[in-house]
Design a protein around this ligand. Structure first.
Ligand SMILES: Nc1ncnc2c1ncn2[C@@H]1O[C@H](COP(=O)(O)OP(=O)(O)OP(=O)(O)O)[C@@H](O)[C@H]1O
Ligand SMILES: [Mg+2]
Length: 387
């Protein structure tokens, strides 16, 4: 696969080729055409015109114009308009001077008048300028076409990346939900069913002879507790995994709900700027569902890392607007991490998703001095309003 560097070098070569080919062809047509026309005009008047030497002198103008265009590098993309104008002007002046020198050398003119000298020099330069300008125009239109093709390819690549990320995310969520359902929830339900079976069997065997004892009631209570656990811990956790609580109402309510589930031993703080309250107003929400979801996922991941890896006791969440982006900042007072940190996984997935929407995620930490996560998430409606 070509690298960006070889692609750039190939583009530079293609530009130079187009410029020289177009300018050279146009100038050659002029060179031969002008000599033929002079021969025809003078021939009709009965004069003798050295056509071959005229063409030869004209072709030296073509060659010198091409050399100057190549040497001054007017086809290079980094050349500014001034450098291009200077390059084209000097190509014209050089071509016209070289051509006239050859005309004298090849005896096209013997002792020319001042008028002839001026006319030859001016016409040579003007023709070279026209040819060089047309060559430049051809090169620029080719460059524009190339940029358009590259932009289209880049856009296609972005879409493919976004789709791949979505598919990856979907597979991960499906797997986690399946594991949640299959793992703990199923085990607990199996246990509950076994206990209920035992109780039913015992009561069935005893028939009417046996009264319900305190032990039976305790067992039934225990079974009830377990069903409650399944409902609270497993079903709700799995459901939250799919969609955070309160997200329909807004991003801030969803973050608040998330913080509300953290054990009381951890001190959590939430700071939301007034501008964010406006864009997250439930009556007039300006954040899309995916923007809200992504912002909440950032807080979720940062908090889960703070508690799991950093054993933090204080977690501070701040949401503000920076330009057209939402800035989500989560700081903790945990152990922090250095070079011994695990391979980025949850944070890397989030960073990928943020990058795909033009955002960014940074995690900074000083061992022993907490961790800070800063996510920037562009808000489409603010950006569109600014356009
Ligand atoms: N707040 C934090 N405190 C201490 N260490 C952290 C913190 N956040 C991240 N780390 C370190 O950075 C590593 C990478 O974190 P990341 O969230 O990317 O992956 P993970 O938490 O290990 O896996 P996953 O997010 O998929 O469960 C962690 O393993 C941990 O060593
Ligand atoms: Mg993590």
């Amino acid at each position: 696969m070509p690298t960006a560097l070889t692609r750039d070098a190939a583009a530079v070569r293609a530009d130079r080729r187009t410029l020289l080919l177009a300018a050279g062809t146009i100038m050659t047509v002029f060179a031969i055409g002008a000599a033929a026309q002079t021969a025809w005009v003078y021939g009709n008047q009965g004069g003798m015109v050295p056509v071959g030497t005229r063409i030869l002198a004209n072709l030296t103008a073509v060659a010198s114009m091409l050399v100057i265009l190549a040497v001054t590098g007017v086809s290079l993309p980094q050349r500014g308009p001034l450098a291009v104008v200077v390059g084209v002007l000097s190509a014209g002046v050089t071509a016209s001077g070289v051509r006239f020198a050859f005309q004298l050398l090849l005896d096209v003119y013997v002792d020319p008048s001042q008028q002839v000298i001026s006319a030859e020099l001016a016409s040579g330069a003007v023709v070279a300028w026209i040819a060089a300008t047309m060559g430049l125009a051809a090169m620029l239109s080719q460059r524009r076409l190339r940029t358009e093709v590259a932009e289209r390819a880049q856009a296609r690549l972005q879409i493919e990346l976004a789709l791949a990320a979505l598919q990856h995310e979907e597979v991960r969520v499906r797997r986690e939900v399946a594991e949640g359902l299959h793992g703990s929830m199923q085990q607990r339900l199996v246990l509950v069913v076994a206990r209920l079976d035992a109780l039913v069997a015992e009561l069935g065997e005893a028939g009417d002879r046996r009264a319900v004892t305190a032990e039976d009631v305790a067992l039934l209570r225990e079974v009830r507790e377990q069903i409650e656990t399944v409902r609270e811990a497993d079903v709700r956790t799995t459901s939250r995994m799919l969609y955070p609580e309160q997200l329909e109402v807004g991003m801030v309510p969803a973050i608040r709900a998330l913080l509300g589930r953290i054990p009381r031993s951890v001190n959590t703080r939430l700071g939301v700027s007034d501008e964010v309250r406006v864009v997250d107003d439930p009556a007039d929400p300006r954040l899309t569902r995916s923007e809200r979801l992504l912002a909440v996922r950032v807080v979720e991941e940062a908090i889960s890392n703070a508690l799991r890896h950093g054993q933090a006791e204080v977690v501070d969440v701040r949401v503000s607007l920076v330009g057209d982006a939402l800035e989500v900042r989560v700081s903790d007072d945990g152990h922090g991490f250095g070079d011994d940190a695990g391979t980025p996984s949850g944070t890397a997935r989030l960073a990928d998703r943020l990058r795909l929407v033009g955002g960014d995620l940074r995690v900074t930490s000083v061992p022993g001095d907490g961790t800070q996560v800063v996510a920037l998430l562009p808000v489409e409606s603010i950006r569109d309003a600014a356009l």
